[in-house]
Every structure is written in C-alpha cells, then in structure tokens.
Design a protein around this ligand. Structure first.
Ligand SMILES: Cc1ncc(COP(=O)(O)O)c(C=O)c1O
Length: 549
C-alpha cells in the first residue's frame, strides 16, 4: 500500500499532532462545552515553567480565570437578571452569563427573554444571595436610576441646597440634598418596597417595619432612655398630639377620668406650630390663624442670648423673670378656676425666634417644680433635634435636666413624640440605660388609619445612621464653634455691619445666630443652619468668598 499515511514523514507528523492534542485536554473540552474560546484569548504559560495540565510541558496552560471556567457569582447573575427585567436584551449578555442563567433555572437560553423565566431566576437567586444582599444589588440599580432622574430636579426646590448653603432652609435638612446617604442601595431598595410602589397595601406597605428601621437607627444616636412613640407628618401635628398627652396627665394628676380636655402652659417665644390648636401658642401671628386664643397659658420666658459664662448683669435680669415664671406656673396649675393644666411646653434652645438659651440652674428649678406639681415638661426639639446643636437633643447641653416628652421633626424627616424615661438606670458614666418599665407619663393610645409613613421613616433612619457613622454631631460642634468665633471677630472689626440689639453672634453647634448684614451671610432671619456635613475648610471658604474677614 502506498497511501499518504504510510509514508514515514507524514506518519511522524500525524503522531506529533495527536500528541499535541492530548497535551491540551482542558481547553478542547471547554471549547466543546461552550463553542467559544479562541486561541489568542487563552492565557500563555509563564516562560520557563511547564504549564500546568500539559503533558511533558507541551501544549497550553489551563487558565482558571478563563471566562469558560469562571464561576459566575450569583450577585452578577442577579444583576444580569435585573437588567433583563428592566427591558435589557438577552443578546447583549456575555455567553457564559447566558449559559449560567439558563442553567440556574434549567431553561433554554431563548426562554431567558420571557418574564416568567426572569422571575423564576429572581426567586432562585434571592434564595442564594439572601435578603440583605438581594436588597443591596437591587438597590444599586435603583441608585443609577435615581442619579439619572435627579438630573431632572437640578435647579428646582427651595433655593440652593449645595453644601455651601448656610441658610439650609430654616433647618429642615440636616444633610445636603445630594448626600451619599440618599444613594445607598439598601436604602433605595427599602424605599421602593415600603413606599407602596410594589403595589401592595393601601398607601404604604408595612409602616411598622419602617418604624422598626427608624427606631433601630434612633437607638444608635439618641439618649438611651428616649423612645419615639407616636409619629406625625409635620412638627405642628406632633406638637398638637401633646394635647392628648396633657389630657392623660391632667386626668391622672387630678384623679378625674371625666376630664375631657386639658391645656398646656408654654414659654413666651416658642414657635409651637403653624396650624392646629398649638398654633395659638406661637410667637408668630400666622400660627395663630384659626387657633384658639391661648394667651392665658403663656409664661414669661427667662431666655438669654448667653450660654455658659453669663454676665452678672444678665443673671440679675434673668433671676427676676425666672422667679416670675416659676410663680406663674405654680399659680396656673394649682388654680381652681379655668381649664386643668396637663403640661408645660418649652424649647430648651429657642431656634425660631433667634438663638436663645436658659440658665441650667433655672431649668433644674423648673424640673423640681413640675415634678412637685405633677405636670410633664414637653420639649419641642423640632428644630434643634437630630444633632444640629452638636448633641442629639439640645436639652442634653443642660447637665442634669431632662424633659418628659420630646417632639421631633424637620431634619429627621418624620415628626413625632418621644417619651423620656427619667427614672431609667444609669451606667458608670451616668448615661441612661434602656429599661422596660413604663415611663412616668404615658402616651395615650389612639387609632388613626394613616399614622406612620414609610418613606419619611426610612429617610429619617438613613439620616440618623449617616450622622452617627459620619460623627456629624461632633463635626457640627467643632465647625459651629469656628464659625461663631469668626463671626464675633468680624462683628467686632466692623461694628457698622452688625446690628447687635439681640446680642453678639452666638450658637450651639450648627444652630447659629448672627446679625451680620443679612446679604453677607444669606439668612435674612439672622440664623445660619448649614448641613451637618459642613467641613472647616468649606466654612473658611464661605467666609473668604463673602469677604467676611
Ligand atoms: C421649634 C419649632 N417647633 C415646631 C415647628 C413646626 O413644625 P412644622 O413646620 O413641621 O409644622 C417648627 C417649624 O418651624 C419649629 O421651628
């Protein structure tokens, strides 16, 4: 026979070719499985080393990172599936991802186009990655969408909201609009789930779950003995809820369950509210529109622009008003005529009227009196709460003083009433420890269909977590001090630029008051309330830009 393979040279060449093929079994095997690899893409062996998996050092290396051998992680598959659900084209997915996806649900690659298969994939992958990771991955898709949509909002809203905005819209925001906290994937995923966007529920899916998220964030940052009990949409609503609290307190104090309404005493100068009965206590006329006349419950307010070292003359002035205030309270509570009193409303640091403080000595006396009279002290921290003053609540600046209720709102995104367990045990540092005993004054129960709103609760939780993790209260204290020092220096150097009828520039944390000509510092009300993220460098830059030297 003289066929071509019988010739010795050709026979050797054929044998050599066969040896080469045997020497590189894995890529061939893989190629068969995926129908894809090309020679050029495969990893080259390191020079001088016999490639692993080759016979006698011949042939190619087995590259564990090659796409065909790479295990596609469930997170990546989840991302790909979410893309498909969002209208993505299966054909644009790399082949190894398509293969992995179809394997997951044991369906053809063609069926990956079907919504049913995509949902089956979601189910399978959700089980694999767990709920937490699922939220993170799904939320990261939402973060992209949010970034794109927020382009539409650029330039809208109430005034500028960049981090150089010292006005910070009357303090209702603690963080700048574009803060990273609001692009956090888990947060966005929860917002979508809880906001009712997923189509279940009436308005919100499970506000109770959002309340848990809010309470858990709160517990990281608020004093341990203060617990949010009731939620409302606005600060005014939260303050109006205090009338229900006052009723229970008055019934208990007088031992008369038949009492049907009670009144709240308040210090002259509180903002109180822009609507509802509590609006009648406001120092501003528009809050009083439609509200009952509450002048009879107003108490002289011994507030002062000085904090800490108070001048002798100021102490003298204050002592008179303090005595008068304490007398008025006792008289009004013990009087047999008029409506029963069920509480006293104070702003531990007045924020709407300007920035004013009380003497700690006075607040301690007030505390003793209210305990004697058995009326709860209600602290309105709607403007000051959340860390603006450098502590979570402004009342924490007064050593030894605690109210019985605190109302919160504005920057915390959701308003409400929190109870303070003043008798909670303390740790070695004197800090309260949470205990389950009922508070001395309880919140009345009452049903309203829509009493808690998922979105503001989740947003509030996000704000508190960011403040806690970013140590933003400490930042507020540090930067605030610097700003006040600079404003004081400026006011001294430029007396004609400063209207100082209400005292020199002052502040607590980033709640600052300064009558340096409004156009120089932006806020016509004289208050500066920048976001808690403001850094010292940014503050310095603002001063330089405004030529405030
Ligand atoms: C101290 C204080 N309490 C209550 C309120 C009322 O809050 P809202 O405007 O959300 O009703 C405000 C609002 O400015 C406030 O500053």
């Amino acid at each position: 026979m003289t066929g071509p393979y019988t010739r010795p040279k050709i026979r050797i060449a054929v044998l050599l070719l066969l040896a080469l093929l045997v020497a590189a079994p894995a890529p061939v095997e893989a190629r068969r499985r995926s129908r894809q690899p090309t020679r050029s893409k495969l990893a080259k062996p390191i020079r001088g080393q016999a490639p692993k998996g080759s016979l006698l050092g011949l042939g190619r290396a087995i590259d564990p990172n090659h796409p065909l051998r790479r295990q596609v992680k469930p997170e990546a598959l989840l991302r790909a599936t979410l893309g498909l659900l969002g209208g993505g084209d299966v054909a644009t997915l790399p082949r190894h991802v398509r293969t992995a996806l179809s394997k997951q649900v044991k369906k053809s690659q063609r069926s990956l186009r079907k919504r049913k298969t995509q949902m089956a994939l979601i189910d399978t992958l959700k089980r694999q990655v767990g709920e937490q990771q699922f939220e993170k991955v799904a939320g990261s898709q939402a973060a992209g969408l949010k970034a794109a949509l927020s382009k539409l909002d650029e330039g809208r809203g109430w005034g500028p909201t960049d981090s150089h905005d010292m006005q910070r819209g009357w303090g209702w925001q603690l963080l700048p609009k574009g803060d990273k906290a609001f692009s956090d994937p888990t947060f966005l995923a929860r917002m979508l789930r809880e906001s009712g966007q997923t189509g279940h529920g009436m308005v919100h899916n499970e506000p109770s779950r959002a309340i848990d998220v809010f309470r858990s964030a709160w517990s990281k940052i608020a004093p341990n003995n203060v617990r949010p009990e009731a939620f409302a949409l606005t600060g005014s609503d939260a303050n109006n809820l205090l009338y229900s609290v006052a009723l229970v307190a008055a019934q208990r104090r007088l031992g008369k369950r038949e009492i049907k309404s009670a009144e709240i005493l308040y210090f002259d100068g509180v903002y109180a509210g822009g609507r509802g009965k509590i609006g009648g206590a406001s120092f501003l006329p528009y809050g009083k529109d439609g509200a009952p006349n509450l002048e009879a419950y107003k108490i002289a307010s011994p507030h002062t622009p000085q904090f800490g070292r108070i001048t002798k003359a100021e102490v003298k002035r204050l002592e008179k008003i303090e005595a008068q205030a304490l007398q008025q309270i006792e008289k009004k509570v013990t009087s047999q005529t008029g409506k029963p009193i069920g509480g006293l409303l104070i702003e531990p640091m007045l924020g709407a009227k300007g920035v004013y403080f009380y003497r700690p000595e006075f607040l301690l006396k007030l505390r003793t009196l209210c305990d004697k009279l058995k009326i709860p002290i209600m602290a309105d921290e709607i403007l000051t709460g959340g860390g603006r003053t450098g502590k979570f609540f402004a009342y924490q600046h007064y050593k030894g003083f605690e109210p019985d209720f605190v109302t919160f709102g504005k920057g915390l995104q959701v308003a409400g009433v929190a109870t303070v367990r003043r008798d909670a045990p303390r740790d070695a540092k004197g800090k309260p420890v949470w205990d389950k005993r009922p508070p001395s004054y309880s919140m009345p129960r009452g049903m309203t269909t829509l009493s808690a709103y998922s979105e503001p609760l989740l947003k509030g939780a996000q704000v508190m977590t960011r403040i806690h993790d970013g140590k933003l209260m400490q930042n507020a204290a540090r930067v605030g001090k610097r700003i006040v020092t600079k404003l004081k220096a400026y006011a001294k150097a430029h007396p004609s630029d400063y209207r100082d009828k209400e005292g020199p520039p002052r502040g607590m944390g980033l709640l600052i008051f300064s009558r340096v000509r409004p156009d120089r510092v932006m806020d016509a009300m004289g208050r500066l309330m920048p976001p808690l993220t403001l850094s010292q460098q940014q503050a310095d830059q603002i001063f330089a830009e405004k030529n405030l030297r």
